[in-house]
Ligand binder design. Structure first.
Ligand code: BZD
Length: 819
């Protein structure tokens, strides 16, 4: 079937027909956006049959299904990825070429659905790709934000946030399904009633409610005819209010419901690893969680009549604490709607929900004021109160007289609902996202819980999908890999190991570096078009792209650039191989230090790039609007991957893996998954520097770190820091970077992320990079070995571990002879 439809002739005919029926245009008059839409309709036609066949197979075979509950799915563009997974990319590219069109230009017409902030949302997207490819029944459940992650503009070096109206032209791959809507209730109060059997029941009264309307997105498995679904929920008012309501006296209620629905899914909160505790966010959480659980239970009941069997068929994976209200919502439905007893409902819930922790950063731990919670979700709150009451009894029984334990472990404490505690008490599995991270959870952050429930804890080191980040993003390297080891790597990344044989081979090295160079030329072109900067494609491309956060230490990177610039100025003949420092990062809109860091990078770029006396030895580029679509191109072009977070702070990182897969060499701390990358690739092929996680944690405990010592004892560090406030990089406003200066030296928690402590060690590692790159063969060898050892970091491996250890899903085969 797929073969026929992607027969070039048939495809071209179909695109032309779509142009005609949709826009009454032909190829000569249609815009690229219209052609993009027409192409998508043709592709969607193909998908529809397989999607239906998959869903019919699921209905018939009833495989156990994972509902991946996530407030964020950072999908990136769909068209190219779908074509790749249908193995139709080349055919379609050729067909478009025959029509005089470049597939890249058509792909560029697609908005980048950015319904996520960063790592957590992108991980969810990679997981769906792997679930479909491995043949598992999965349903992603999220929110259809009308505005996703903001678009970033850099104006005069400052970040400006522009709304991302991704739905402006309509999104071709979504399917609105109003017939599967659910009601979600907010507010009001709870009344107890006695039903006809004399049983006490709880009823929510005087609530406001909205409809949750599902929009399905296809998740196309790689060459296996299986298509899973991502449901993103939109909110609609229950009734469009009319003046009639006025007469009925519930005008006010109608207006409120209209407003509720309108605001609910308006915008994604653009903070990563930080929560502000806004009431609307809790509404968003409950909204999508309630709808998703209602849907899962309804599906289950269509074929099963014993709810106690739910754990055999359903698992809800909670992506961080954001969907944790799922615990209480599932209990509520089982108790109030399905009339189960508490113990039965608890038995089901605690075998259906599992929780993934993505951070140890205190400011990212979700806690809701009880006042908000109780007002917004009165019945759900009652249930949490009861869960807490029972849990506290359990703790008391286990640790008699130990009030400290209760203070530390209770779900409700100090006027707050601690969402992580709710997830841990109810979840049957609790996992971290890299070995080091899970160890820190067990030994430090969640120590008391680990002591009480050791069997619940497990590690699932993150992964990434090689299909998007090598297959689609780096077609030249993908082809080279396939020429060397065959195409099995698309579904079994461990075969990359076979590239080891080529690492020492001069011809392979040359080919590899040639491909890297071509990818650098592609990125240089993009930089020229977007930044107007000429970069030397023979220079080392040294890249740090990720969300801007103090713990990720973009500041360390740019301070080092300032230091290097001083060194060159003082000694123009110093041996420094040309280097292009490339940054890309969005800062949360209200995060002042992060925004100042962006401004600093841009100002440093301005000074250095325009100083002809340094002969273009170093350049600095800030790529505007870093997002999934340009990320693919950036990874492909990188020589050096900067993964320089303060050890212990980055739970895993996933960008690090994307760089590795594309043959960049990591310059990093022993943090997150870097530790495991080091284990895989070996000490000779990675540049490690800085304090260890244990050292950092020790200093934090002892409060004995004093950055001033580094400032006083190291003249070069002193000089760089002084340049933050002497006008070197802000001639018109010397005070501009005072906050950064103070944050490093004078604030209450001065240099909280140990930048000065790690500076020398970082500079040394950078010097090593400088020397190593000049030995072309060694560099190429190490780069190839990075690709060869990236196999572990496929999300296929991660997902298989989730399946084996947590989800226990059934493998499904879709018969492609039908449809
Ligand atoms: O999750 C990230 C971690 O920081 C990374 O180390 C890790 O690799 C990925 C995937 O596991 N966490 C986030 O991206 N977190 C958020 O985006 C976020 C968003 C809202 C609220 C709190 C955190």
């Amino acid at each position: 079937m797929r073969d026929n439809v992607f027969n070039k002739k048939v495809f071209i005919k179909s695109v032309k027909e779509n142009l005609m029926t949709q826009y009454r245009k032909d190829l000569s008059t249609a815009s690229n956006q219209e052609i993009f839409q027409a192409v998508c309709i043709s592709v969607k036609d193909v998908i529809m049959d397989e999607w239906l066949a998959t869903q019919q197979t699921f209905a018939r075979e009833q495989p156990k299904t994972v509902y991946y509950l996530s407030m964020e799915f950072l999908m990136g563009r769909a068209l190219g990825n779908i074509l790749l997974n249908l193995s139709a990319y080349d055919e379609v590219a050729e067909a478009l070429q025959e029509l005089g069109l470049d597939i890249n230009a058509i792909e560029d017409e697609e908005p980048d659905p950015a319904l996520g902030n960063g790592g957590l949302g992108r991980l969810a997207a990679c997981f769906l790709d792997s679930l479909a490819t491995l043949g598992y029944a999965a349903c992603g459940c999220g929110i259809r934000y009308r505005y996703g992650m903001f678009k970033q503009q850099i104006i005069d070096g400052f970040q400006i946030e522009v709304p991302d109206n991704w739905l402006e032209h309509g999104y071709p791959f979504e399917l609105r399904r109003p017939e599967y809507r659910y009601e979600v209730k907010f507010g009001g109060h709870v009344e107890q009633e006695v039903d006809e059997n004399g049983k006490l029941s709880f009823v929510q009264k005087d609530y406001r409610s909205v409809w949750a309307i599902p929009h399905d997105m296809p998740i196309v498995g790689y060459k296996n005819n299986l298509i899973d679904t991502l449901i993103i929920w939109d909110a609609e008012a229950k009734e469009v209010f009319s003046l009639d309501s006025f007469d009925k006296g519930d005008y006010q209620k109608a207006v409120e419901e209209e407003m509720l629905a309108r605001n609910l899914v308006d915008v994604l909160y653009p903070n990563d690893n930080h929560v502000a505790g806004k009431e609307l966010r809790l509404k968003q959480q409950y909204f999508f969680v309630s709808a998703s659980i209602q849907r899962a239970i309804e599906r289950f009941k269509q074929k099963n009549d014993n709810l106690m069997d739910m754990p055999k068929k359903i698992v809800f994976q909670m992506n961080d604490t954001h969907p944790t209200v799922a615990v209480a919502e599932l209990m509520r439905i089982l108790l109030d709607d399905e009339h189960l007893e508490w113990d039965e409902a608890w038995e089901i819930t605690t075998h259906c929900v599992a929780y993934t922790n993505h951070t140890i950063m205190a400011e990212a731990l979700e806690k809701w004021p009880i006042e908000i919670f109780e007002r917004l979700l009165p019945r759900v709150y009652q249930i949490i109160d009861e869960i807490n009451r029972r849990f506290v009894l359990e703790v008391q029984a286990r640790y008699p007289g130990n009030d400290e334990k209760i203070r530390k472990m209770a779900i409700l404490y100090d006027g707050q609902v601690r969402m992580a505690h709710l997830a841990i008490v109810a979840g049957y599995s609790i996992n971290g996202v890299a070995k080091l991270h899970t160890e820190i959870l067990k030994k430090q952050e969640l120590r008391d819980f680990y002591e009480m429930f050791p069997d619940k804890f497990n590690n699932k080191t993150n992964g990434i999908t090689q299909r998007r980040f090598l297959g689609h993003g780096n077609r030249l390297l993908a082809k080279w890999v396939t020429d060397k080891v065959g195409d099995k790597w698309y579904t079994d990344l461990s075969v990359l190991k076979e590239l080891t044989d080529y690492a020492d081979n001069p011809k392979a090295q040359e080919e590899f570096m040639e491909i890297k160079h071509k990818n650098k030329v592609r990125l240089a072109k993009y930089i020229k078009e977007h930044n107007g900067i000429d970069v030397d494609t023979n220079s080392i491309f040294d890249v740090q792209v990720k969300r801007l956060h103090e713990y990720k230490r973009q500041l360390l990177n740019i301070l080092h650039v300032m230091y290097l610039y001083n060194v060159i100025k003082e000694n123009p003949d110093v041996d420094i191989y040309p280097r292009t420092f490339i940054f890309g990062a969005k800062a949360a809109a209200g995060y002042e230090t992060a925004k100042k860091t962006i401004k600093l990078i841009n100002n440093v770029a301005e000074v250095i790039n325009n100083d002809s006396s340094i002969n273009g030895k170093i350049k600095v580029v800030f790529i505007e609007d870093y997002k999934v679509s340009n990320a693919e191109m950036i990874f492909a072009a990188a020589d050096v991957s900067e993964q320089i977070s303060t050890a212990s702070k980055e739970a895993s990182g996933t960008g690090n893996m994307k760089f590795m897969l594309n043959g960049a060499i990591t310059l990093g701390t022993l943090d997150g998954a870097n530790v495991e990358m080091y284990d895989e690739v070996g000490a000779d092929n990675i540049f490690i520097f800085g304090m260890s996680a244990d050292e950092v944690i020790e200093h934090e405990k002892r409060h004995d770190y004093n950055p001033i010592d580094y400032y006083n004892n190291d003249p070069q560090i002193k000089k760089v820091l002084n340049q933050l406030i002497d006008g070197t990089y802000s001639a018109n406003d010397r005070e501009l970077f005072r906050t950064l200066y103070n944050a490093l030296l004078h604030d209450k928690e001065a240099d909280k992320y140990f930048i000065l402590a790690d500076f020398r060690s970082y500079a040394k590692a950078q010097q090593k990079v400088n020397r190593y790159y000049q030995d072309k063969n060694s560099w190429a060898k190490s780069a190839i070995l990075n690709v060869a050892n990236a196999g572990k970091f496929s999300s296929d491996r991660t997902i298989q571990e989730y399946v084996d250890d947590i989800w226990h899903l059934d493998k499904v085969k879709i018969d492609n002879t039908g449809a």
